[in-house]
Design a protein around this ligand. Structure first.
Ligand code: GLC
Length: 687
């Protein structure tokens, strides 16, 4: 039985100031692995006392978590705590736990919320079985700059897609009731604007207007809040020159007030203490004051709350009511997780092993990989013909690390490589490039070169990779590029040397078999880009929903919005993706409903993503030229035709002014329907 609110308040009233301050601290799980009575090992290295460790409200794990060892820590801490309050175990379960889904940017490319939901569900199952209570996911930063390494963690550049995918991940992760044995709590991050980091550099400043916050960066978080997200993590960056972690306007007025979030707010790693390096706080005392006053509930890893808050309250420098309010958020999360009854969801390594090897999860991971790969170019080289001789070469041909960043608990070395997968296929013969009929070049970014602290000034294939490509092309045979990347790479120079390009991102645990199925034509590619692929670095940031220009580009015109030396258009637009079949999309508008008749005009079964874009024709405020309004993934047999309808509602085109006041769409709105964002406007609806 969960506690009632009265019981929680009674517990709070009975706790000492030190106990309450302790609940607001997160320390590393390694600090308690050797027991909690002696200050040795990591506990000593971190200058933590056994008392501080016992009083801490949460532990974070960044190493592989074993169920039995984790349960032992949780039980030990619960027993030693004066009120037997169990700790929250938190971990980054970002795109799967041991069994890895494709990276979130690839999940965005499925345009399939069911897959995002399944990702959340499978991560929760494996995470819960390993001892995790809360994951730091989903990441719903709107990402538009491929130089930023963390774009791989996001569903992409569209706030609408980020909102839908983020909400689906929240639903999948937490279900209806996070106390269920196979569910964990979800955390939306990084609140807010981290993806705007200047020049794509991690931890660089951002500059964002309130209008852009309301229209672009807050909506994915609102969608997560509406889906019941349990926790929110402020971003490392600052808004209005105030770091998010101590930004009262952002955390109180916006997140709690305007957005209605009632859960727990946790800092990012060591973020409170970073206020000192940033010159915003003098010392840990001021850190604790600034953050608690702003509404930050839990301090991840900076120990400012743990060492300073109790004294501040005792000295009358901090209002105890603020400590209580934050502590209540922590206790509520523990209560929602059912931890007061049952602090441990699983304590058996055998059960953990069974859950993490569940064939159903592997199947879901395989499906996700199939639907996330994007066929960018195909001059007939794909799918491969049966009986052909194939050379499979490149840095990723025999590579296990095809999982992407945030794979802390994955057994990377057990991941099947492409070479193993292709050698299992009796329909082809593997041989050297010289002997082959077709060459598969599996290359691109290293897994370790994507994610946090992986910004790049040169998001291209390397000089060595380009040399290899040219050498293979010179053999006079079709070269198929299997592109591994955690961000849009600028492959303009590589394209002429490739007969086909299949963008496989980092496809996850079942990636090799999924790629083989696509390459062999057993399955048909159906992913559509979740981020624009630029033609040139100078175009960055480039995205489909950029605000309009008063001098729009026009073929041949001068003094318009253009480059002198480069096209305005990307190499591949958002939403783009080819198939082994072709589709025809005929759309019509009736009142405010769009009907699209979609026909598979080719000769093989396939899936496409029908996308609807829109813009308000006249309005007092500048708005995106194109905004994604709705989409649907549909599967069609050859020759089959199906109708899909999209009701266009005012909320899809609603905007906000600088004060956050809604501007409702009025009058004519242009509508475009097709298989990519570069489809022209042909229809209208009127509000
Ligand atoms: C970080 C990240 C954040 C992550 C946290 C905990 O440095 O910015 O996304 O959840 O640490 O690992």
């Amino acid at each position: 039985m969960k506690k009632t609110r009265e019981e929680l308040l009674a517990l709070l009233a009975d706790m000492s100031i030190e106990e309450k301050a302790g609940q607001l601290a997160q320390i590393p799980i390694v600090a308690c692995m050797d027991g909690v009575s002696e200050p040795t090992g990591p506990m000593e290295e971190l200058s933590l006392t056994p008392e501080q460790v016992v009083l801490s409200g949460s532990v974070i794990s960044v190493l592989r978590l074993e169920a039995e060892a984790c349960a032992k820590v949780v039980r030990q801490l619960t027993e030693a705590h004066p009120h037997h309050i169990p700790p929250l175990v938190m971990k980054d379960v970002i795109h799967g736990h041991q069994t890895m889904f494709p990276i979130p940017l690839a999940i965005g490319a499925t345009f399939d919320e069911k897959i995002a939901e399944t990702l959340g569900e499978c991560g929760a199952k494996e995470g819960a079985a390993s001892g995790v209570h809360v994951t730091f996911a989903p990441m719903v930063d709107v990402v538009r700059d491929p130089r930023w390494g963390r774009v791989m963690e996001s569903p992409g550049e569209s706030p609408v897609l980020c909102a839908a995918m983020g909400a689906a991940m929240v639903r999948g992760t937490r279900g209806e009731d996070i106390s269920a044995p196979d569910r964990i709590a979800a955390c939306a991050k990084h609140f807010v604007g981290y993806g705007i980091s200047q020049a794509g550099q991690d931890y660089a400043p951002i500059d964002v207007s309130h209008t852009e916050l309301y229209n672009t960066y807050l909506p994915p978080f609102q969608a997560c809040v509406d889906a019941g997200v349990d926790m929110v993590m402020p971003a490392f960056v600052g808004v209005d020159r105030v770091p998010c972690v101590c930004n009262e306007w952002l955390l109180k007025d916006i997140l709690r007030g305007r957005m209605g979030f009632e859960g727990m707010i946790i800092s990012d790693w060591d973020d409170p203490r970073q206020l000192i390096a940033h010159g915003v706080a003098e010392d840990q005392r001021e850190v604790a004051q600034l953050c608690l006053n702003a509404g930050l509930d839990m301090d991840m890893m900076s120990f400012a709350y743990l060492t300073e808050l109790a004294d501040l309250v005792r000295e009358g420098k901090m209002d105890e009511a603020k400590l209580d309010a934050a502590c209540l958020h922590v206790l509520e999360l523990k209560n929602n997780l059912g931890l007061f009854d049952n602090p441990v969801k699983n304590d058996s390594d055998d059960v953990q092993r069974a859950v993490c090897n569940d064939p159903e999860i592997h199947k879901a991971v395989y499906e996700a990989a199939l639907k996330s790969c994007v066929l960018l170019k195909n001059e007939g080289a794909l799918p491969l013909r049966q009986g052909c001789k194939v050379a499979l070469v490149g840095s990723h041909a025999d590579e296990h690390a095809i999982l992407g960043g945030w794979t802390l608990d994955a057994y990377t070395e057990r991941t099947k490589t492409l070479l193993t997968s292709f050698s299992e296929d009796s329909r082809i013969t593997l041989t050297t490039p010289e002997e082959a009929d077709v060459i598969l070049l599996a290359t691109g970014e290293k897994q370790a070169d994507t994610g946090e602290d992986c910004s790049k000034a040169h998001p291209f294939l390397t000089a060595e990779q380009m040399d290899e490509l040219r050498r293979l092309h010179a053999l006079g045979k079709p070269v198929v590029l299997l592109l591994f990347c955690g961000r849009p790479l600028i492959i303009t120079e590589a394209l002429p040397y490739c007969s086909a390009v299949l963008n496989v991102w980092f496809p996850g645990t079942e990636g090799a078999d999924a790629i083989r199925a696509l390459v062999m034509g057993d399955e048909n590619p159906s992913g559509h880009l979740s981020m624009t692929f630029p033609r040139a670095l100078g175009q960055v940031p480039i995205h489909h929903d950029r605000l309009s220009s008063p001098r729009p580009w026009k073929e041949g015109a001068i003094y318009v919005n253009r480059y002198k030396d480069e096209s305005n258009f990307p190499l591949y637009p958002f939403g783009y993706g080819l198939s082994y079949t072709t589709f025809q999309v005929d759309a019509a508008a009736e009142s405010t409903t769009i009907t699209a008749r979609v026909t598979n005009t080719g000769s093989v079964v396939g899936e496409t993503v029908v996308q609807v874009y829109g813009r308000i024709r006249h309005c007092s405020h500048i708005r995106p030229d194109k905004r994604l309004l709705a989409w649907q993934r549909i599967a069609l047999q050859p020759g089959e035709c199906r109708e899909v309808t999209f009701p266009i509602t005012p909320d899809m085109l609603r905007m906000y002014d600088a004060q956050g006041k809604a501007i409702e769409p009025k009058g004519v709105c242009d509508i475009a329907v097709g298989e990519s964002s570069d489809v022209p406007y042909t229809l209208e609806v009127t509000f």
